[in-house]
Design a protein around this ligand. Structure first.
Ligand SMILES: *[C@@H]1O[C@H](CO)[C@@H](O)[C@H](O)[C@H]1NC(C)=O
Ligand SMILES: *[C@@H]1O[C@H](CO)[C@@H](O)[C@H](O)[C@H]1NC(C)=O
Ligand SMILES: *[C@@H]1O[C@H](CO)[C@@H](O)[C@H](O)[C@H]1NC(C)=O
Ligand SMILES: *[C@@H]1O[C@H](CO)[C@@H](O)[C@H](O)[C@H]1NC(C)=O
Ligand SMILES: *[C@@H]1O[C@H](CO)[C@@H](O)[C@H](O)[C@H]1NC(C)=O
Ligand SMILES: *[C@@H]1O[C@H](CO)[C@@H](O)[C@H](O)[C@H]1NC(C)=O
Ligand SMILES: *[C@@H]1O[C@H](CO)[C@@H](O)[C@H](O)[C@H]1NC(C)=O
Ligand SMILES: *[C@@H]1O[C@H](CO)[C@@H](O)[C@H](O)[C@H]1NC(C)=O
Length: 415
């Protein structure tokens, strides 16, 4: 009887261990994330992921995937009647109360991260500056990728919203949206490829600059701006529809870089215009970036985790990135936010815990800080700016200025 009991105990333990291993979810996407299905004629696979669901972020300092910038360009360097200064206080999270019910943020208006350009100038060392905001990705090893941002522009004319991949002023994939170029029926997208073989901001090479008119007012609803960079094409999309593509690979970037999001004004009527007549808020709801890495360690990690599932030819090794079809939808009460149908919230692999789809990725999680390594600061660069930006650790926090912004936030256009 004692012997039997011990056998029973063994079987019990065996069953328990089986049960425990079943309760763990096998990982998915170890071999990457694909644009289009791998059974399509054309597709691209990317090994790494950066997903930021800005509708959930309460304290932006917790999101170590992004480095908020603090720098100043005097009016001469900023090429405007006003200088440009970026401040942490111009980055205002407005997390959702409960996205399963509606899109409302805790300060009212639509949930998301606000990048502010206040209407009033600030005097710094005797000169007039307009405050703006800039976020640079901590990952600086992006080489090829698909880069997507959920955004709603400000209704105030006179600011520039930039979303771009950046190595230096000659290797940059750029999208700039000027709020003065939005009317009731259209929004213009300025699409620029800064090339390693010449051309400049003022004189772009043929085939490297395009203005696309999108038939909507982008300050009314959330939309998705996207660009894909593969070995054969650089293609821009809006709400999932292709707007422009370049296939002359001579013009393509040759070194790795990072992502930049900016909202700014320098009062120059030839570009940003402004200053805006109201406190201008650009609303961001997410960034989703799937990219290859130039970092040997990340490449090695990919090989290890992908090879480990080599024998398993399940469809889950390479995961197709759901394509955004039409404007992203919020607040339809669809529960878990999984899926991409007409009534689904935007999809994040990193929110899909049941799928275990971001194993060994450097993603932001509410409970756990991102594993994203912070790269040493560097200039964010960008069209129309010199390379003289200095990144300083996000240390100083002017409580006064922050409070002023918090007070004006509810009054900001469209919020
Ligand atoms: C996800 O997959 C990895 C790799 O197989 C595994 O180590 C981990 O325990 C899984 N996580 C969960 C929550 O199941
Ligand atoms: C995905 O498929 C579409 C439609 O066939 C094609 O235009 C696009 O270039 C493909 N994307 C990639 C990255 O291959
Ligand atoms: C901005 O300037 C106007 C006019 O000088 C002033 O009335 C207003 O209080 C200022 N707003 C803020 C937020 O400082
Ligand atoms: C765009 O839509 C917003 C929100 O409805 C509105 O406030 C704004 O005036 C519109 N812009 C134009 C130029 O019509
Ligand atoms: C709105 O902008 C579009 C694109 O620039 C332009 O074609 C259209 O004429 C503009 N509409 C008005 C009423 O100005
Ligand atoms: C990204 O890297 C993976 C692994 O090396 C490779 O299979 C894939 O083709 C690369 N993607 C692109 C778009 O080149
Ligand atoms: C690609 O761009 C380079 C640099 O502008 C140019 O010399 C070349 O003719 C272009 N190739 C094609 C096929 O257009
Ligand atoms: C996961 O990634 C990190 C950072 O790239 C690396 O140090 C680690 O060895 C990886 N772990 C596994 C199990 O792949």
């Amino acid at each position: 009887m004692a012997l039997l009991a011990s056998w029973e105990a063994w079987i019990f333990l065996l069953l328990l261990s089986l049960f425990r291993s079943v309760s763990l979810v096998d990982a998915a996407c170890e071999c990457g994330y694909s644009v289009n299905s791998t059974s399509d004629i054309e597709y691209a696979v990317f090994t790494d992921l950066l997903e930021s669901d800005f509708t959930k972020i309460k304290n932006f300092q917790d999101d170590t995937d992004w480095q908020p910038q603090v720098w100043e360009l005097d009016p001469e360097a900023a090429l405007g009647p006003y200088g440009r200064a970026t401040r942490l206080e111009a980055i205002l999270p407005n997390p959702a109360v409960n996205l399963n019910i509606n899109s409302k943020g805790i300060y009212g208006g639509h949930a998301g991260l606000n990048l502010l350009v206040p209407r009033n100038y600030t005097v710094i060392k005797g000169e007039k500056y307009l405050i703006g905001a800039e976020l640079d990705s901590a990952r600086n090893d992006m080489f090829y990728g698909t880069f997507r941002i959920g955004y709603r522009t400000t209704k105030w004319a006179g600011t520039c919203f930039g979303f771009y991949w950046y190595h230096d002023d000659n290797q940059e994939i750029d999208t700039e949206l000027l709020s003065r170029e939005i009317n009731t029926t259209h929004t213009l997208l300025n699409l620029v490829l800064h090339t390693p073989v010449g051309g400049s901001n003022l004189e772009a090479l043929p085939g490297t600059f395009q203005v696309a008119a999108i038939p909507l007012n982008s300050s009314a609803e959330i939309h998705e701006l996207r660009f894909d960079w593969t070995p054969t094409a650089i293609t821009w999309y809006h709400d999932g529809l292709q707007v422009w593509t370049i296939s002359n690979t001579t013009l393509f970037p040759r070194q790795p870089g990072h992502l930049v999001i900016t909202h700014w004004s320098n009062g120059n009527p030839l570009w940003s215009g402004g200053p805006p007549e109201g406190n201008a808020a650009l609303l961001l709801t997410y960034v989703k970036a799937y990219f290859n890495s130039s970092d040997e360690k990340r490449v090695g990690d990919y090989e290890v985790r992908c090879n480990a599932v080599g024998g398993n030819n399940g469809d889950d090794r390479i995961c197709e990135i759901p394509a955004q079809v039409g404007p992203p939808k919020y607040g339809n009460g669809n529960g878990n936010g999984i899926g991409n149908g007409a009534n689904k919230l935007p999809y994040f692999f990193s929110n899909d815990l049941a799928r275990n789809a971001t194993f060994n990725q450097t993603v932001y999680e509410e409970v756990k800080k991102s594993e994203g390594e912070k790269v040493g600061g560097g200039p964010g660069g960008g069209a129309g700016t010199g390379g003289s930006k200095v990144w300083r650790p996000a240390a100083q926090c002017s409580v006064m200025l922050w409070m002023v912004f918090l007070v004006i936030l509810p009054m900001v256009g469209g919020l």
